[in-house]
Ligand binder design. Structure first.
Ligand SMILES: [Zn+2]
Length: 297
């Protein structure tokens, strides 16, 4: 059972603790280039543990919207290397290392697989960070900015996944088929992942339409958040494709990662489409909302 609650109504920063319940806050629900919403980065909080899944170019700004900064968030989980998911990490690294009292603060934590750690550092993050200083004559490494937390391999429904137990939260990471759009399997795709929290809340991550995933995870998930784009083709699941999921699965799904024209239905719903463009009317739970708490009781 879950409830949608308002946050920061009193003007205070969002607390990064809960009484023990699982809380999911989308600090943004928009697509990569959205301007009306923030990018799809997600805070997950339970007890005295939290993790920010992705910190894109607008991530620090989206944290600021709810009274937080990259110094408050102590644990991060990057799903893949597109800038709307990792573009804010330079701020995370430099603020944490070079603003006053880094010793007292300690390094933030990073939940990441070994292989992806190397790719993220060498292809994306090292450019702005490795030469900030020479540490005993060598360039800095990702471990000079983050304490690494390493998920362990497991199998679920016959697919390989990775699991990290973060305090009371079980964070399951599964690979998704996101890009290039020609990839027919996850093995042919660049690293990209979704997460499944406490085997209750499934978040697809960026992904092309891969119906087997929502169908399998729906067996366990209470609520699912699925990436959604408002046109066909490209590297995300389209609304049209998601409409082909069975009713009992759609009724568990909130849609997120949508473009700025989500509410201008005439711009993306065509004559002859067998849906209204309002996800609540089309059998989904609705559009995911940013800056509210999804509280799981
Ligand atoms: Zn992406």
């Amino acid at each position: 059972m879950f409830k949608i609650n308002p946050i920061c109504e009193d003007g205070n920063p969002l607390p990064l603790t809960t009484d023990g319940n699982l809380r999911v806050v989308f600090i943004g629900v928009g697509s990569a280039f959205c301007k009306r919403k923030r990018q799809s980065n997600i805070l997950i909080i339970q007890g005295d543990h939290h993790v920010l899944v992705d910190c894109g170019t607008q991530g620090p700004l989206a944290l600021n919207d709810i009274g937080l900064s990259v110094l408050d968030v102590r644990c991060y989980l990057p799903t893949h290397s597109h800038a709307d998911h990792v573009g804010g990490f330079e701020e995370v690294m430099l603020m944490n290392r070079y603003t006053p009292d880094p010793e007292t603060r300690g390094q933030p934590q990073l939940i990441i697989l070994r292989d992806y750690q190397d790719i993220l550092w060498s292809k994306s993050l090292s450019g702005g960070a490795e030469f900030c200083e020479a540490n005993q004559g060598r360039t800095l490494q990702i471990t000079d900015f983050f304490d690494i937390l390493r998920p362990k391999t497991q199998q679920i429904h016959g697919r390989k996944v990775w699991v990290y137990q973060h305090g009371p939260m079980e964070i399951m990471i599964m690979r998704t088929r996101h890009f290039p759009d020609t990839a027919v399997s996850v093995d042919e795709s660049q690293w990209c992942s979704g997460v499944f929290i406490n085997r209750r809340v499934w978040i697809s991550g960026d992904t092309m339409f891969d119906p087997e995933y929502p169908q399998r995870f729906a067996e366990d998930a209470e609520v699912m958040f699925h990436d959604c784009q408002l046109f066909q083709g490209g590297v995300h699941a389209s609304y049209q494709e998601l409409m082909t999921l069975p009713t009992d699965i759609r009724e568990k799904i909130f849609l997120y990662h949508f473009g700025d024209n989500w509410d201008q239905i005439h711009t993306w719903v065509r004559e002859g489409d067998k849906f209204s463009g309002d996800p609540a009317k089309d059998g989904f739970l609705g559009w995911a909302q940013q800056q509210v708490a999804y509280d799981f009781l």
